[in-house]
Design a binder for this molecule. Structure first.
Ligand SMILES: Cc1cc2nc3c(=O)[nH]c(=O)nc-3n(C[C@H](O)[C@H](O)[C@H](O)COP(=O)(O)OP(=O)(O)OC[C@H]3O[C@@H](n4cnc5c(N)ncnc54)[C@H](O)[C@@H]3O)c2cc1C
Length: 390
């Protein structure tokens, strides 16, 4: 297939310039450092500043959700460079509300998601329901004009700062996909307890969320009762296509810097032919990653998206990312293990942080093993793997 990503026409130069000026004038000063991954700030004051920043971008006509595809591309390019989040929490619910929501839900939530006024978290995973979401146990029982919801969620990114949750719970006594229903949960509702989890990287990006007889108005259901599986599948497909927002744009370039910095046997590591070959392999594979991404975008623009497009990009990115981080640590030797603020740390300790986070990209949005199953079954028409006795 031809990959067709048109050049950005010069008439957009003024838009880019305006955005650059906006960034210089408004970039917030934060305690939070955006490193690898979907980091959540530690300091609530940073969240206030981030909300102001996203609101400012939105009101000035910038931000990643522009309808004009060239403006959207420019916004993403320029904003990624700031390494400050420009989308807060998990915006995937927007796609679900556009496709399955009511008029009232669209009016109430979509503008507030775009402007950063509402931060969302995704409440799908449970302690015993991750890859296999059909085993989720959170229950919703109808009581007059409300559903009463009880259960536990986990790995809920940004939940500690979220205003709303995109929740999956089961109605009725069925099993498997039966009864799974999508809801909008006001995170300030009585009975919601959010407990941040501290990770190996030192930050608290994830949370456990406990739901104890939480009352959700019936009008907060997204789609039909029991149709939550289809709602969730649409969002997950989108997630796999968009992960991650924050990544090294030029991994080979970053490795070249590390190899110049590192001296071995009296000379820079970059002078070693084996090191250059490894960096060359990374450069080739990251170019392939970029064109895989373009290919998926082209297919999406032509309404030709296939079930394996997004999984392929996600597997490719996450495995290359892990390999690059692993290689950078080996290249840097002991210095690679130093953390930020250590005087001898290379680039403020970025590689140990990237390495510690990198495994999570092979899990987030559906683990790579599950995505390989998707490709095997839906693209290659291989026999379906046994589903156990469920
Ligand atoms: C960075 C990050 C952000 C996340 N954010 C959120 C969030 O905001 N909201 C949310 O709800 N969840 C979130 N998650 C959770 C994520 O969706 C789950 O971690 C993921 O679905 C895997 O589930 P699990 O952790 O329970 O692992 P399990 O499902 O228990 O899997 C354990 C291992 O077994 C393998 N495995 C399982 N089943 C199969 C199979 N059939 N075939 C082959 N191998 C299999 C898996 O690949 C994995 O290696 C996030 C995860 C990460 C890493």
């Amino acid at each position: 297939m031809d990959v067709d990503i048109p050049e950005i026409p010069s008439r957009y130069d003024a838009y880019r310039q305006g955005l650059r000026e906006f960034i210089v004038g408004n970039l917030p000063e934060l305690a939070f450092k955006q490193r690898s991954g979907l980091r959540a700030p530690e300091d609530p004051e940073d969240v206030v500043k981030l909300r102001r920043w996203v609101r400012g971008l939105h009101d000035a006509g910038y931000g990643a959700n522009r309808d004009d595809p060239f403006e959207a591309r420019i916004s993403i390019e320029e904003l990624e460079r700031t390494r400050i989040p420009y989308v807060l929490g998990n915006p995937l619910v927007a796609g679900a509300i556009v496709r399955f929501g009511t008029e009232q839900q669209r009016a109430a939530y979509l503008p507030a998601i775009a402007s950063g006024e509402h931060i969302w978290t995704q409440l799908f995973s449970e302690p015993d329901a991750g890859s296999d979401l059909t085993s989720l146990r959170t229950r919703a029982v109808l009581d007059g004009g409300h559903y009463v919801v009880s259960g536990q969620k986990v790995w809920s990114t940004w939940a500690q700062f979220s205003d709303f949750g995109y929740l999956l719970a089961r109605i009725g006594s069925g099993a498997g996909r039966d009864g799974i229903t999508a809801f909008i949960l006001d995170m300030k509702s009585e009975g919601v307890t959010t407990r941040p989890l501290r990770e190996i990287t030192g930050t608290t990006d994830f949370n456990e969320v406990f739901l104890d007889s939480v009352r959700i108005p019936v009008e907060n259901m997204i789609g039909e009762p029991g149709a939550g599986w289809s709602v969730a599948q649409a969002s997950l497909a989108h997630e796999r296509g968009t992960l991650p927002g924050d990544k090294e744009q030029d991994p080979a370039g970053a490795l070249v810097r590390a190899a110049r910095h590192r001296r071995r046997g009296g000379r820079a590591a970059i002078e070693d032919g084996a090191v250059r070959q490894q960096i060359g392999r990374v450069a080739a594979r990251s170019l392939m990653e970029r064109y895989l991404g373009y290919r998926v975008q082209t297919r999406a623009a032509n309404n030709q998206t296939a079930a394996w497009d997004a999984p392929l990009v996600k597997i490719w990115f996450s495995e290359l990312n892990l390999e690059v981080a692993d290689y950078a640590l080996r290249l840097l030797g002991g210095r690679g293990a130093l953390v930020e603020d250590e005087p001898l740390a290379h680039e403020d300790g970025r590689w140990q942080d990237t390495f510690l986070y990198a495994r999570s990209w092979t899990i987030a949005g559906g683990s790579n093993e599950i995505l390989r199953n998707v490709i095997g079954e839906r693209a290659l028409d291989l026999p379906r793997e046994p589903r156990g006795d469920r």
